[in-house]
Design a protein around this ligand. Structure first.
Ligand code: NBP
Length: 479
């Protein structure tokens, strides 16, 4: 029996994806895993799925109908390269190799180019939503050629999450576009979680709410503008009581946040592209700071006495909510800026509204809020920034006073709120008439003859700082 789709790599993600595929009308799913025990387990436990199992990758390739289409779900990096090499030797012109792992998009660009030269289609695709998403419907962000999308599109549409009646998948763009967008998605997820964590901290330490009260507040917030999966599960985590100690679980979890690296990739690439994703950056840094216990202990010992936590009254919780929402708007605006910059750098035609659309279901950042982004880009696909859209401009303006109060209270109380405060600084920088960048330019011209432009006439200028300090017109500095 020939299968129309195959999955290589049957650890948790691959086997769930294979089961999802097999559950959809019209699919026959070929499966293969390097260690055969995994294949045997899957086929035995899900006999009704009708899997076509192979013991060798050669048999796997032979079990696929043409154009052969195989999704690789193995460890990102060397494992993925190994499987791609094996499949590429067995596949023929027009066949499609899909990498559904968390690949670095630079690898995806390289692999796509190599396989295209051999006449094969390579599709790097972001798949978000973890194990549950893979099984019940993830958000899927495929790159690759339009030709590959013709075959793959209907298959991916059949297994994707559905939001507002639409499948959470679209052809993002060529080669690495899908993995790039998945990377930004993960970066935004970092920012979202950091902002939620700051809100929780302020509600606990300044608002003096118990953990269960904070859980209740998040449950209430989940009914409004903030309605989202992450807000919902925040309430769930905060409600959890530790069986051993009877304390809230969150109080017995070590306060050092780990990461798998996609947030770091997002920031590295953003820096290279000149895009200030400060919300994502602060989230990555905050996790790094938390994971330095010896530094934390050293400074805790030597720091001056901690400031007095401010007294707050009625309305504090609403202020925190407004600060969270405004900061979230900034983080998303920055994330979308990065997608725009990536698309321009790597020559991808990415529909920004579609990105918000496919994130509405299946993935970790799914939220009502994404509908507002869809609408913003529907009204004006050429927005300079999401902050320019009337809905978001208004949302930020409405929260403005509260946002400032919260950042002030946090600073005065000695409670770190890097996400809230850097988002506010970013917003204030964008909305200021003049920035002190003028002085920076002056300094750069002083020590490095880096030149500057003037507000009152065209041209490039340099002051003869070490001479008579007159100004000359010059060529733009190239160093
Ligand atoms: P793992 O990332 O734990 O990888 C295990 C799989 O890779 C096994 O099938 C293993 O085969 C195979 N493998 C390795 Br390791 N090296 C190999 C090689 N040289 N040749 C062939 N196969 C090799 O699996 P996972 O947790 O299911 O994740 C799969 C992919 O999905 C990863 O890229 C991961 O980053 C991504 N992921 C995404 C999400 C999400 O939410 N989107 C969540 C989790 C994972 P074996 O059985 O023979 O050892």
């Amino acid at each position: 029996q020939q299968a129309n789709i195959g999955v290589v790599g049957l650890a948790v993600m691959g086997s769930n994806l294979a089961r999802n595929l097999a559950s959809r009308e019209g699919n026959t799913v070929a499966v293969f895993n390097r260690t055969q025990a995994r294949t045997d387990d899957l086929v035995r436990e899900h006999a009704d799925a009708g899997f076509v199992a192979s013991e060798t990758i050669e048999d796997f390739a032979a079990s696929l109908a043409k154009p052969r289409t195989a999704i690789i779900m193995v460890q990102a990096g060397a494992g993925t390269d190994a499987v791609i090499d094996q499949l590429a030797d067995l596949f023929e012109e027009g066949d499609i190799i899909v990498d559904g792992g968390n690949a670095n998009f630079h690898d995806t660009i390289r692999r796509e180019k190599q396989l295209r030269e051999r006449g094969l289609n390579f599709v790097g695709t972001g798949i978000s939503g973890g194990e549950e998403g893979a099984l019940h419907g993830p958000s899927i962000m495929p790159g690759g050629s339009a030709e590959a999308w013709e075959t793959l599109g209907p298959i991916l549409r059949s297994i994707a999450a559905v939001a507002e009646g639409e499948p959470c998948v679209t052809h993002v763009g060529t080669d690495g576009a899908g993995h790039f967008v998945k990377m930004v998605h993960n970066g935004i997820e970092y920012a979202d979680m950091q902002l939620i964590a700051e809100a929780y901290d302020l509600l606990r330490r300044v608002g003096r709410h118990s953990t269960s009260e904070v859980a209740q507040i998040f449950t209430e917030w989940n009914d409004g503008d903030l309605e989202s999966y992450l807000i919902e599960i925040t309430a769930e985590v905060l409600k959890q009581t530790d069986a051993d100690t009877g304390k809230p679980l969150v109080d017995v979890i070590e306060d050092q946040a780990g990461s798998k690296g996609t947030g770091v990739w997002t920031v590295q690439n953003a820096v290279g592209l000149g895009i200030p994703v400060s919300g994502i950056g602060e989230a990555v840094f905050a996790r790094a700071v938390s994971s330095k216990p010896t530094q934390r202990a050293a400074v805790r010992k030597t720091a001056a006495s901690r400031p007095q936590v401010q007294e707050v009254g009625e309305g504090f919780e609403d202020d925190v909510r407004a600060a969270l929402y405004a900061s979230k708007v900034v983080a998303y605006a920055q994330g979308f800026d990065l997608i725009i910059a990536g698309a321009s750098e790597y020559d991808w035609d990415i529909d920004l509204g579609d990105m918000a659309r496919i994130w509405r279901g299946g993935c970790i950042i799914r939220a009502q809020f994404l509908n507002r982004i869809v609408e913003a880009y529907e009204k004006n696909p050429d927005l300079e920034t999401l902050l320019e859209d009337p809905y978001f401009a208004n949302a930020v303006a409405e929260g403005d006073a509260a946002w400032r109060r919260i950042v002030g209270i946090a600073a005065a109380s000695g409670i770190p709120a890097p996400g809230f405060s850097s988002a506010l600084a970013y917003y204030d920088a964008l909305s200021s008439d003049r920035l002190p960048a003028a002085l920076v330019q002056g300094l750069r011209d002083f020590f490095g003859a880096h030149t500057y432009q003037r507000v009152d006439k065209k041209g490039t200028f340099h002051t003869l700082w070490s001479g008579d300090r007159t100004e000359i017109e010059t060529e733009p500095s190239t160093h």
